[in-house]
Design a protein around this ligand. Structure first.
Ligand code: GTP
Ligand code: MG
Length: 656
C-alpha cells in the first residue's frame, strides 16, 4: 500500500525539518539531521544547503504500520511556487505547517487555495511551540478565521513539550464539534452516551477524506515533539486510494522531469493503476503523432539515493529512464494530459551570455531547464537573437545563474526582469481569414468575445461538420493557442476571450494541414483589429503588517503605487493593511518597507491575476510593438485570381 503525503507551507515554517523527524520516528534514519547543520535527507542539493531553503520538490520514503509512505517536500519560497504546484497535483494528502509565532503567512494562503482546487485532504500542523511568542490557541483561531471553520483540533498542547492526542482522550469540545457533522454522534452527545473510540476515529476519518473537516495537530518539529501523534493521525486517518490489483492497464501522470549529471533523462511518474515493468513500452501522444518508447530502468528515489526495481505498483512514485519524449503533465494510459496550472510567472527576463558562446548551446540548456520547469517557457526571439525566459522573481534568477554554472559550466546573467503583460478585447468581434496562395486553400471565421478576467482562452464551434469537416475544424482549433500568443497593442499574449468557430471552407484538392493554421492566425488578427483592445498587467494581493504609527505612510505608498486597500485592522501595537496592487509598482516595495520600518514591517504578496494596466500608454510606447511589421501575425488574407495570389488587408475585409 502506497500513500503520498506532501509538506506544504510558507518559507521557513519547518517542512523539511518535520519530514526529517518523521523519517527518524519511523526508523528510516538513525539520527535526525537539521537544516541548519546541512545534513537533512532532503534539501541535499548544494544550492539548497547554501541558501538554507528548499528549492526543488523531492521525495523520501518510509514505512509505518505496513504502509509505504512517500513523503514529498516542497519549496515554500514564492519564487519556486510553480515547483510546489506541480508536486501538489500528485499528493494523496497534504500537511500544512504553520509557525505558532508567525501565524499564517502570505504564501500559505496560495497553498490552501491550491489544495482546495485539487481537493486534497489536508491536515494542519502548528509548529514551533518552543519559540518565544508561540500561541497555539491564537494560531487555531487564525486558521479558523482565514481558511476554514471546519478545523478539528485533534492534538493539543498540555505544556509546550507535552502533547495530548485527543483521538485517544477525546475532550467534550471535540465530541461537540464533531456532533455538528454527524447525527449519530449528535444523538449520543445529547443523550450523554459515551462515543466509542472506534466510532470517533472512523467519523473523523470519513469527514477528513471527504474534505469536510481538516484535522489540526501541533508540536515542535525541531525537537521531535508531536511527531508520534502526527504519525498516529496519518496512520489511522489516511487510506490508500489505489487498487492493489496490478492487472489493470497502467495509467499514471508524469509529475517531474530531471536530467542527471550524465545527461540521462529521468521521468518521474505517479502510477495510478496497473503495474509498470522494465522493458514495458509507453506511448506518448504528441500533437497528432504517437511515439512509443521502452522503459530501461525503474528507480525508486529516497532523497538523493535510489534503488532499482523491476516492477512498479499502483500508487507508487517512480523515476524511469528510456523515455525521451515524456513531458510534465503527460497522462499515461487513460489519464488526460494537464497543463492548467494556477501559478504562472509574471516576469520575463533576457538571458545574457558571453558573445563567444554559441547561442544554440545556451538555448539547449534553457530548453532542458524548461523541460524540468515548464513555467520558464524559454523563447528564442529570432529578430533580436535573444533568449527570454519567464520567472516568478529575482531569487529564482539568482538560483538559475548558479544552476547553469554548476550543471553546465556556463557563466550567464539575466537582464532586469520585466513585467509580462497580456491583452484582451473590449467588445465582441468577428474575424475572417482566407489563405489561398496557388495550390493552397483554407478559409475560417470566428466570433470573438471578451470573457471574464482570469478565464483564459476558451474555444467552441457552432460550425456544422457538413460545412467544414471535423478534421479541418480540429486543425484550426489546435492552432488557436499559437495564434493568440501575440496581441496587437504590445505583442503580448491575448487572454480572456471566447472564440467560436462559425464557418469555414476547404478545397477537395488544394487544402493541406498548414493552410488552416495560416487562415486561423489571420482570422483572429482580423477580428481583434476591428475592436478596442485592453492591456492587462499582473496584480498582487498584498498584506502589510507594520507598527500603527506607520499606517498612514503605507496607505499613501499603496495609493501612489496605483493599488487599493481595505480598512486597516488594528491588533495591539500593529496594523494590518490588505489590498491589491500592480506587480510592476510593488515589486521593490518590500525593501522600501523594511527600510522605513527599520525591519519591523513585513509584506506578503500572493498573485491575484491580471487586470487593466494602470499605465497603458506608457507601456505601449516603451514596448514599441509595431503590429503592421509583424509578418508572422498579420490580418492580411491571401486570395487567388487567375492563378495569381494577392493580399487583402484585414481592415479592407468586411465580413460580420
Ligand atoms: N524553534 C524552532 N525552530 C524550528 C522548528 N522547526 C523548524 N525550525 C527551524 O526553522 C528553520 C526553517 O526550517 P525548515 O525545515 O528549513 O523550513 P522549511 O519550511 O522547509 O523552509 P523552506 O523549505 O525554505 O520553505 C530552520 O532554522 C529550522 O531549524 C521548531 O519546531 N522550533
Ligand atoms: Mg524546506
Amino acid at each position: 500500500m502506497y500513500k503520498t503525503i506532501g509538506m506544504v507551507a510558507h518559507v521557513d515554517a519547518g517542512k523539511t525539518t518535520l519530514l526529517e523527524q518523521i523519517l527518524y520516528h519511523t526508523n528510516s534514519i538513525k539520527e535526525a539531521g537539521r537544516v541548519d547543520n546541512k545534513n537533512t535527507v532532503l534539501d541535499y542539493h548544494t544550492i539548497e544547503k547554501e541558501r538554507g531553503i528548499t528549492i526543488f520538490s523531492d521525495q523520501a520514503i518510509t514505512t509505518y504500520n505496513n504502509c509505504t509512505y512517500q513523503l514529498v517536500d516542497t519549496p515554500g519560497h514564492v519564487d519556486f511556487s510553480t515547483e510546489m504546484e506541480r508536486a501538489i497535483r500528485i499528493l494523496d494528502y497534504a500537511i500544512i505547517i504553520i509557525s505558532a509565532v508567525e501565524g499564517i503567512e502570505g504564501h500559505t494562503e496560495t497553498v490552501w487555495q491550491l489544495l482546495r482546487k485539487y481537493n486534497i485532504p489536508t491536515m494542519f500542523f502548528i509548529n514551533k511551540l518552543d519559540r518565544v511568542g508561540a500561541d497555539f490557541n491564537n494560531t487555531v483561531n487564525e486558521i479558523k478565521n482565514t481558511f476554514t471553520k471546519d478545523l478539528m483540533v485533534i492534538s493539543s498542547e498540555v505544556t509546550s513539550e507535552n502533547i495530548s492526542y485527543l483521538l485517544d482522550n477525546p475532550t467534550s469540545e471535540l465530541i461537540e464539534s464533531l456532533a455538528d457533522y454527524d447525527d449519530d454522534i449528535l444523538n449520543k452527545y445529547i443523550d450523554g452516551i459515551e462515543v466509542e473510540k472506534e466510532e470517533l476515529v472512523n467519523t473523523v476519518k470519513r469527514l477528513f477524506n471527504d474534505n469536510v473537516i481538516y484535522p489540526c495537530l501541533c508540536g515542535i518539529g525541531l525537537k521531535g515533539i508531536g511527531i508520534k501523534e502526527l504519525l498516529r493521525a496519518i496512520d489511522t486517518l489516511t487510506i490508500s486510494g489505489h487498487t492493489d490489483s496490478d492487472d489493470d492497464f497502467p495509467s499514471g501522470t508524469v509529475y517531474k522531469i530531471r536530467y542527471d549529471n550524465t545527461g540521462n533523462k529521468l521521468t518521474f511518474i505517479k502510477l495510478h493503476n496497473g503495474s509498470l515493468k522494465v522493458k514495458d513500452t509507453v506511448t506518448h501522444r504528441i500533437m497528432d503523432n504517437e511515439i512509443t518508447e521502452k522503459i530501461n530502468e525503474i528507480r525508486i528515489y529516497n532523497g538523493t539515493k535510489y534503488t532499482l526495481c523491476d516492477k512498479a505498483c499502483p500508487g507508487q512514485l517512480i523515476a524511469v529512464t528510456g523515455l525521451g519524449s515524456s513531458y510534465i503533465g503527460e497522462g499515461m494510459g487513460d489519464i488526460e494530459d494537464y497543463n492548467d496550472f494556477l501559478l504562472i510567472p509574471t516576469l520575463k527576463s533576457k538571458v545574457i551570455y558571453d558573445s563567444a558562446e554559441n547561442p544554440k548551446e545556451i538555448l539547449k540548456i534553457f530548453s532542458m531547464l524548461t523541460e524540468e520547469n515548464p513555467s520558464l517557457d524559454v523563447l528564442w526571439i529570432e529578430e533580436l537573437k535573444e533568449i527570454h525566459i519567464k520567472v516568478m522573481g529575482t531569487i529564482q534568477l539568482e538560483v538559475l545563474t548558479q544552476i547553469v554554472l554548476d550543471r553546465f559550466g556556463k557563466t550567464i546573467d539575466f537582464g532586469t526582469p520585466e513585467i509580462l503583460y497580456k491583452e484582451t478585447i473590449a467588445s465582441k468581434s468577428h474575424g475572417f481569414g482566407h489563405f489561398e496562395p496557388l495550390k493552397h486553400y483554407a478559409e475560417i471565421e470566428f466570433d470573438i468575445e471578451p470573457a471574464p478576467r482570469g478565464s483564459g482562452i476558451s474555444i467552441d464551434s457552432v460550425c456544422s461538420v457538413d460545412v467544414l469537416h471535423t478534421r479541418w475544424q480540429r486543425l484550426s482549433q489546435k492552432n488557436i493557442p499559437d495564434a493568440c500568443k501575440k496581441g496587437i497593442l504590445t505583442g503580448s499574449p491575448l487572454t480572456d476571450v471566447k472564440l467560436t468557430l462559425t464557418t469555414g471552407k476547404s478545397h477537395v484538392k488544394h487544402t493541406s494541414g498548414g493552410d488552416f493554421r495560416q487562415a486561423t492566425f489571420r482570422a483572429i488578427r482580423q477580428g481583434i483589429e476591428k475592436v478596442d483592445n485592453i492591456l492587462l498587467e499582473p496584480f498582487y494581493q498584498f498584506k502589510v503588517k507594520t507598527e500603527k504609527h506607520l499606517s498612514g505612510r503605507v496607505m499613501t505608498d499603496i495609493t501612489k503605487m496605483h493599488g487599493s486597500f481595505d480598512s486597516p485592522v488594528t491588533m495591539d501595537e500593529h496594523v494590518m493593511i490588505s489590498g491589491r496592487v500592480p506587480v510592476s509598482t510593488a515589486m521593490n516595495y518590500p525593501s522600501t518597507l523594511a527600510s522605513f520600518s527599520s525591519g519591523k514591517g513585513s509584506i506578503t504578496f500572493v498573485f491575484a491575476g491580471y487586470d487593466s494596466c494602470h499605465n497603458t500608454d506608457e507601456v505601449i510606447e516603451r514596448l514599441g510593438y509595431d503590429k503592421d511589421a509583424d509578418k508572422d501575425y498579420t490580418s492580411t488574407s491571401i486570395f487567388c485570381s487567375h492563378g495569381k495570389a494577392y493580399g487583402v488587408r484585414g481592415s479592407e475585409i468586411n465580413v460580420d
